[in-house]
Ligand binder design. Structure first.
Ligand code: NAD
Length: 491
């Protein structure tokens, strides 16, 4: 039985600095998306708290064993951390479900174990990398030594609070850096629990710190802090631009930016099983109520399939009903906030004014639960440009455009701004591989949509969808820099 009573869940309403919770005065109402109730007053880190957190991370970087010890010891602590996270699944999953859009069944079955696995994955790199010896003249020895960067500033979004924290933090720590994380002010608490478990696993105090606060104040100040060596960020493209500006003005400092998307799915008439493809398409836009960076939000479909696909998608959407995230069996997520709900409504309204035809949905779910829910929606768009095609909606809204042939499909797939992910569904291998070459996206899924649970393939954006990569070896290496050493053998 995974349902739980939200009133019984203790909220770690604090920063986490130098190995302990720092309780501060609450300033920002934190709201449960499922029912709209305020359940905590979040502290906001001021300049003093920020200095404490960065100072503690800097001290841990210079003086603790973290960066200096044998890397296999770091890996051992991180593996133990992952074990403790899994053992804490009851509490962590409840805390995640209570404060975010993640239904409890999914938080237990996916978010918590996936976070633990991510930590294990990156821990493995800690002692499995090295520098290189350079091709020099024989009376020289040239080497490159990989070293951690220092204190990494990490900023995470609200849509998958635990796993996005893992993506940001685990590779940075495995490479020997220390971290100050600012979670989203809308989902701030599971990160504190993660930091506590890290201490329990044996991580030195100050290696992983969490500060709370809003983006434009605390997040901006974190990016600008002189002791921050690099910023790793996941969130919207607009915020990514602001963060890059702050890092340029106060650095330049390197950034990794994982940003927004408007990902197309191309469906050709030769697919062998329309029901299976329909299920994939539906899941790609209704999972987490479309609040997924790689949501498959633009369906491009070959004309003969249009009617039969709409019928199947509408039927599938009709089975989804709102549920409290703390109730077993809830499948369809709330929208994170009333502001985000209004944003979805406004884009759908502008899309219809611009000629999009509403096929299903297009309104709030009046659920009576108190939270914000939006009906899964399909908009048929005839033009190449429409607000619902151009803008990231971050809600359960699917646009459908039709094409005649492969050339037209690939032209429609190209987005002027975003290039995060894409999907192609076809029985023709040659066509799939031609599309793989032509699609401007950091990820192409063929006859599926969405990541597997493996961490090995990097993820990131083409165009304005990002700079750098999360996951894979690339994410680990982005947390290192290289020192060149040249030794004169005949001084
Ligand atoms: P957001 O950009 O509003 O906020 C993300 C984080 O940045 C939050 O912690 C916020 O407090 C902070 N922030 C806001 N303004 C800031 C500033 N000026 N300086 C420093 N920090 C600031 O994004 P969101 O609404 O939390 O998340 C949704 C967005 O995240 C979507 O655009 C989605 O596509 C994107 N996303 C991308 C990926 C990816 O891997 N590419 C993954 C998940 C989410």
């Amino acid at each position: 039985m995974s349902s739980f009573d939200p009133a019984r869940i203790a909220i770690p309403c604090a920063h986490f600095i130098d190995g302990r919770r720092v309780v501060d005065k609450g300033e920002l109402a934190t709201v449960r998306p499922s029912d709209g109730a305020t359940y905590a007053e979040l502290p906001i880190a001021d300049a003093g708290v920020l200095d404490d957190a960065v100072g503690s991370a800097r001290k841990a970087f210079l003086r603790s064993e973290w960066a200096r010890q044998a890397p296999r010891e770091r890996a051992r602590i991180m593996r133990r951390w992952a074990d403790l996270i899994e053992a804490d699944v009851d509490y962590l999953a409840s805390l995640e479900a209570l404060g975010s859009t993640r239904p409890i069944d999914q938080a237990r079955a996916w978010d918590v174990p996936y976070t633990a696995e991510g930590i294990r994955f990156f821990a493995e790199f800690a002692d499995k990398h090295g520098g290189e010896v350079a091709a020099t003249a024989h009376d020289h020895l040239g080497m490159q030594i990989a070293e951690p960067l220092g204190v990494i500033g990490a900023i995470a979004p609200w849509n998958f609070p635990l796993s996005m924290t893992c993506w940001k933090v685990a590779p940075a720590l495995a490479a020997g850096n220390t971290v100050v994380l600012k979670p989203s002010e809308m989902t701030p608490f599971t990160a504190v629990r993660l930091a506590e478990l890290a201490i329990e696993a044996g991580m030195p105090a100050g290696v992983f710190n969490v500060i709370q606060g809003s983006g434009p104040i605390t997040g901006d100040a974190l990016c600008r802090h002189p002791e921050i060596a690099k910023v790793t960020f996941t969130g919207s493209t607009a915020t990514g631009r602001a963060i890059m500006g702050a890092c340029a003005e106060t650095g330049p400092k390197p950034v990794t930016l994982e940003l927004g998307g408007k990902s197309p799915q191309l469906v050709f008439a030769d697919i062998p099983d329309i029901d299976r493809t329909a299920q994939t398409l539906a899941a790609a836009i209704t999972g987490n109520a479309g609040q997924v960076c790689v949501a498959g939000s633009r369906l491009l479909i070959q004309k003969p399939l249009l009617e039969s696909m709409i019928e199947r998608l509408a039927a599938s959407f009709g089975t989804l009903t709102p549920g409290l995230t703390w109730q077993e069996g809830s499948r369809f997520s709330p929208i994170i906030s009333s502001v985000q709900l209004e944003r979805i409504e406004s884009i759908v309204a502008r899309a219809r004014e611009a000629g999009a035809e509403l096929l299903t949905g297009g309104e709030r779910f009046e659920s009576g639960l108190g939270g914000c829910f939006y009906r899964p929606t399909i908009l048929h768009v005839n033009n190449r440009h429409n607000p619902a095609v151009d803008e990231e909606i971050f809600g359960p809204v699917l646009t459908i455009q039709t094409f005649e042939d492969e050339e037209e499909a690939l032209a429609l797939a190209e987005h002027e701004v975003y290039g995060l992910a894409s999907g192609i569904h076809t029985a023709d291998l040659g066509r799939a591989l031609r599309a793989v070459r032509k699609l401007s996206a950091g990820t192409v899924w063929v006859n599926r949509y969405g990541r597997s649970n493996d961490y090995i393939l990097p993820t990131g954006g083409y165009k304005r969808s990002g700079i750098g990569r999360d996951l894979g070896r690339a994410a680990f290496e982005a947390n290192l820099h290289h020192k060149s050493v040249l030794i004169d053998l005949n001084p």
